[in-house]
Design a protein around this ligand. Structure first.
Ligand code: ZN
Length: 365
């Protein structure tokens, strides 16, 4: 390769504008892939980093929901996670995290996403080789320890880009909530995770899916994604909301509640919605100091199972892809990415995503 450079929107510090800079592209090593980015989407956690609510190395390139086309393929990278052959020109997605070497959590407990020393795309210093390890740029290196998945042609970029964070994470959350045929399921929060969650609960055979949120557009959207009933919680007290949900779930409350709104205040309501033996899965509360006061006696008397889920196993990325491919005619996944921006307009894209005036903002370099 002759000396090439590519553009990136660099995050210098929280709450400062992104700046476009050029960095060198080098040839791939034998175990790497160079991808020309087709699309990246802005995840809620990118906004948390941008707002300084969680630490992220600076200067860096944010963005981990990424897809792209293979530009250079290292000679050792021949197959994707499913064993399908990889070639230059293939459109791929990949796990948002990478790790190599021994891993106590990965090897012993089958939780590779919690490996000590794990690294994530969109969380690295841009000044260091290989510079391009984030989504808001023209290129990204896919490095050893990443699970790669080839994308089928039928899937649009808009359907494919959120797979490797939002959709795969929700697969992981829904698996943990053990939704059974005939269950009544309540989902707290109808952002991207919640909308996919409604659809997944429905396809797992839930008899009734109840979606809760305070944003009118999201409540409306949830009806198209499998929510049978939506409950607007804005301006309402906890008891009122709990009573409404429990009235929908005779004789004694819902089987499973899923939290994907990131608001600790909803946890007590979620627990009160459950029947005896019910399951509560937390997937959205990712920022620290989310203190909640709970009556621990409720866990005992009501036999409640509480689980927290963070990130996903590589198998969940495969399931996310299969789920979207199998159900894209039933649910309008293509509408979730509802706005696109150029790399030069990343500041505007983040502003809109932060205000929640867009559901999922896409960036096309
Ligand atoms: Zn994310």
């Amino acid at each position: 390769m002759s000396k090439r450079t590519a553009r990136a929107a660099v995050y210098d510090a929280p709450n400062t504008p992104f700046v476009i800079r050029n960095y060198p592209l080098r040839d791939v090593r034998r175990d790497e892939v160079l991808v020309r980015i087709s699309m990246s989407t802005i995840c809620r956690s990118d906004i948390h980093s941008w707002e300084g609510r969680r630490p992220n190395p600076c200067p860096g390139i944010l963005g981990h929901e990424i897809i792209g086309v293979i530009d250079q393929l290292g000679e050792d990278v021949t197959l994707d996670m499913r064993g399908g052959p990889l070639a230059v020109g293939d459109r791929i997605t990949w796990t948002e995290f990478f790790h190599h070497g021994a891993s106590y959590y990965g090897d012993v407990h089958d939780m590779p996403q919690k490996s000590n020393g794990i690294r994530k795309y969109g969380h690295d210093l841009v000044e260091e080789d290989p510079h391009f390890l984030g989504g808001f740029a023209e290129y990204c290196y896919v490095v050893p320890g990443t699970g790669i998945l080839k994308l089928p042609d039928e899937l649009s970029d808009e359907e494919a880009t959120p797979l490797n964070c939002g959709v795969a994470t929700m697969i992981s959350v829904v698996e943990a909530s053990e939704i059974q045929m005939g269950d009544i399921v309540a989902i707290q929060g109808l952002g991207l995770l919640g909308l996919y969650g409604c659809a997944m609960a429905k396809t797992r055979g839930a008899r009734l899916v109840i979606g809760l949120d305070s944003v009118g557009d999201r409540l409306e959207a949830a009806k198209k994604f499998g929510a049978d009933v939506v409950v607007d919680i804005s301006g309402r007290g906890e008891d009122e909301v709990v009573d409404e949900v429990r009235a929908l779930a005779p004789p004694d409350g819902v089987d499973a509640v899923i939290e994907v709104c990131g608001v600790p205040d909803v946890v007590t309501a979620g627990l009160k919605m459950l029947r005896i033996g019910g399951r509560y899965t937390l997937g959205g509360i990712v920022t620290p100091d989310a203190d909640v006061t709970l009556d621990a006696n409720m866990f005992v008397k009501k036999w409640i199972t509480l689980r927290g889920i963070h990130n996903y196993h590589p198998r969940h990325l495969i399931q996310a892809l299969d789920f979207v491919v199998a159900n894209r005619e039933r649910f309008p996944f293509r509408d979730i990415v509802d706005s696109t921006f150029r790399l030069d307009d990343l500041n505007e894209a983040f502003r809109r995503a932060s205000e929640r005036t867009v559901l999922r903002a896409a960036v096309i370099p």
